[in-house]
Structure formats: C-alpha cells, structure tokens
Design a protein around this ligand. Structure first.
Ligand SMILES: Cc1ncc(COP(=O)(O)O)c(C=O)c1O
Length: 396
C-alpha cells in the first residue's frame, strides 16, 4: 500500500485546475468537511491549518478567556498546554493513570477551582480516556470538555467514535498522523452554536461566514459598504489543495487506520509473557486506534537505552521516547510565554516544577513508543518478530 496514492494526487490537481478563482476556492475543503463529519458521525466539521490552531479556537469557542484555568494532561505532545496559553488562559496539569497513561476524572477533579473553564482530554497514542466519568464531572462543574484526538482516528469509547463525545473535538493531519496532508486539522462538534463560533473565529471573524458557507464570495465583498469583521478572529483556514489531499486520505482512512491497528496487534502479541515490558492498558470498552504502540519498561530489569540499542541491533526501527512532560519543558519552567506570564502573576501563584504530576513523571522516562505506520504487513510482522527476539535476548 502507498501512503499517498493517485487519489490524493488527483484531488490536489483538481484544486489547482481551479486556478484559485474565487468561485472554485474551498470546494474540496467543503467536501472534506462534509465527508469528515459523516465519517466521524458528528453534525459539524470545520477544517483548519493544523491541529494546534484547532485547540486554540475550540477554547475560544468554549468561552475560555483571559485568566481562566484549563486543565490539561502533561504526558502528551505539548500543543494542548500551548493552545491554552494562546487563548490567554492558564494551563493546570492533572496527573494520568498508571495503566492507561491517560487523564482521568478523579485527577481532573483534584485540579478544579472557581476559575476552571474547560478541560482538554487527550486520546494518547490512539486510546480514548474514560469519557463517561469525565463528562459527568464536567457537567457537575459546568466546564467544557475538549477532546484532543490528534492521535485517535476511528478509535472508540463504548462504541462511539473519537470526536463525538466531548463538547468540541480536535484532530490533526500533521505528517505523522493516521491521515495526513502535511499540515492540517479538523474540529468536530454536535453543537450548532459552537460550530458557528469555531467557523467565525477561525475565519477572521467574517460576518458572512455561516455554518454551511465557510468562505466569503465575490458578491459579498464587492459592495463598498460591506462590513466584514463582526468579531475578533484568526486566519486558520485550510487551503483547497491541502483539502484535496486530506479528502483522498479520508476516503482511504479505514485502510490507513487498519494498517496501524494491525501493527499494534502484532506488537501486543509479541509482549505476551514479558514481565518487564507492560503495554498501555486498553480497557474493554475502548477500541485502540494505535497511532503508536507504547509500553512501559521496568528499568530495574532493563534500561530504556539498553533496550533501544539492542532492538536496533536486531534491525528494529527507531523507538521514540515519550515527549518531555509539558510543564518540564524550558518554556514552562522559565514561563517564557511572550508576556502571558503576567496573566499568571495577576491570577495567583502558578508554578511549573518537578513534582506536580508524580505518576506522569514516573512513566515518562520509561515509555517506549513503537512506530505503527507500516504500509506493508510484512514490514510490521518483521518488526514484531524483532521485538520478540529482543525480549528473548534479555530473558536468556
Ligand atoms: C496529542 C496532539 N495534540 C495536538 C497536536 C498538534 O497537531 P499539529 O501538529 O497539527 O498542530 C499533536 C501532534 O502534532 C498531537 O499529537
């Protein structure tokens, strides 16, 4: 299987055939949005330039503003925490579960204050958190739930697809994701009011932009008395060429996700009976989308670096470590927030330092992330065999 096929090429080329005339602009993006909403079983889908802008606008649409607190997990690529700062709000970190590596309702609850306005829950590596308990908690405290499903295409929680449970959800089409167009993203929601806000705020606040009319036409703008900007907005719109590539990928999404799930299942199988490598636990109510296959190593038995070296020696692909915890990144430790640190100083005593989330701190250095993007099943099988061989070598 080719990751990028003739289909994506033909859609991108169709977009170029339009010569960027206004009548033909955004047609493929429009098709992509309709098809994405259908695929994810949500009412609305709005395309974006990337999966960080999506989170920023999701927060703005949810009413998060100056000095509000937003709860985020620390064990993830850091866009959720960064987007909170983009929205002039304060990231508050909640610890994760030792077995699933995911944020939980009980850890979120510990961090709720009068200022809490929203929580971003990340479906890490392709696994959705326990959404029932999180939604119930959010309802009780009147806070918005934003799903970050950048790594979770077609993952499920109790039969519902990722992107359809939280108030708003965010997907990324960055090059490492299940479907890609280089850079891109999508917001989904079932709430009409939120959808309209997401559309407007990501489209420069243009008044003419409606739910089914994502872009402004010539008729709108030719009149000199035309007033454009109804509200502050950002320009986070996706272009049609990119939209064409994403549309092709979406039409092949089952195949693309299927390849990753196949690799994930092979790796899981290879870990059978190994008592020092523990895979991310998938609760029975969840379907894992395996953006990556991740396991925790018991470093008292085998160290992370020793394992990685031996795996590579046997022909294994590069294993990734988990991202540094967001609050331990230099940006957070030094509060290098381009002036937004003043918001934190005005609002209270916020510190980003070692010790905030002990479980995440203990997990992070010991996680091994295995690639699952093998488009040829033989390659996935060969990597799983190498994994088994590496385990056996250490067990001798
Ligand atoms: C969990 C998570 N959230 C957000 C993002 C940000 O997406 P993007 O790179 O499209 O901005 C990524 C990946 O890059 C991610 O893995």
């Amino acid at each position: 299987m080719q990751r990028i096929s003739e289909l994506e090429r033909s859609y991108a080329s169709k977009a170029l055939d339009g010569q960027f005339k206004s009548a033909s602009s955004y047609k493929l993006v429009g098709r992509l949005e309709t098809a994405f909403a259908q695929k994810m079983n949500t009412k609305y889908a709005i395309a974006f330039v990337n999966g960080t802008a999506t989170l920023h606008i999701a927060l703005e649409a949810a009413g998060v503003s100056f000095g509000d607190e937003v709860i985020v997990p620390p064990l993830t690529m850091s866009s959720p925490a960064i987007a909170v700062l983009h929205a002039n709000a304060i990231p508050v970190f909640a610890d994760v579960d030792e077995r699933t590596f995911l944020i939980t309702a009980s850890e979120i609850e510990k961090q709720i204050t009068q200022r809490t306005k929203a929580v971003i829950v990340v479906s890490l590596y392709g696994l959705m958190p326990d959404m029932d308990s999180i939604m119930a908690l959010a309802k009780k405290h009147n806070i918005a739930v934003i799903e970050d499903d950048a790594q979770c295409f077609l993952g499920k929680y109790k039969g519902t697809l990722a992107g359809g449970i939280g108030d708003i959800s965010s997907f990324s089409f960055q090059s490492s994701k299940h479907m890609t167009c280089g850079e891109g993203g999508m917001v989904t929601t079932n709430d009409e009011d939120l959808a309209l806000k997401v559309r407007r705020y990501s489209g420069l606040g243009y008044g003419a932009i409606g739910l089914n009319k994502g872009r402004i036409t010539k008729d709108d703008i030719q009149d000199p008395s035309y007033e454009r900007h109804m509200v502050l907005g950002w320009n986070y719109r996706m272009s049609d060429v990119i939209g064409g590539v994403a549309l092709g990928q979406l039409e092949r999404l089952d195949e693309l996700v299927g390849a990753r799930k196949h690799a994930g299942a092979l790796f899981l199988d290879a870990l059978n009976d190994c008592d020092w490598l523990t895979p991310q636990h998938t609760p029975s109510e969840c379907e894992h989308a395996y953006w990556a296959f991740t396991a925790k190593i018991d470093s008292a038995k085998v160290s992370w670096h020793t394992f990685r070296k031996k795996f590579a020696e046997f022909g294994g692909d590069g294993i990734y470590g988990a991202w540094q915890l967001s609050y331990l990144e230099p940006m957070f430790l030094g509060q290098n927030f381009l002036g937004r640190e003043k918001i934190l100083q005005m609002s209270g005593d916020y510190r980003y330092e070692q010790g905030l989330c002990p479980v995440a701190e203990q997990l992070q250095p010991n996680l091994l992330q295995f690639k699952t993007n093998y488009w040829d099943t033989d390659d996935a099988q060969s990597q799983a065999d190498i994994l088994k061989k590496t385990i056996n070598w250490f067990n001798q």
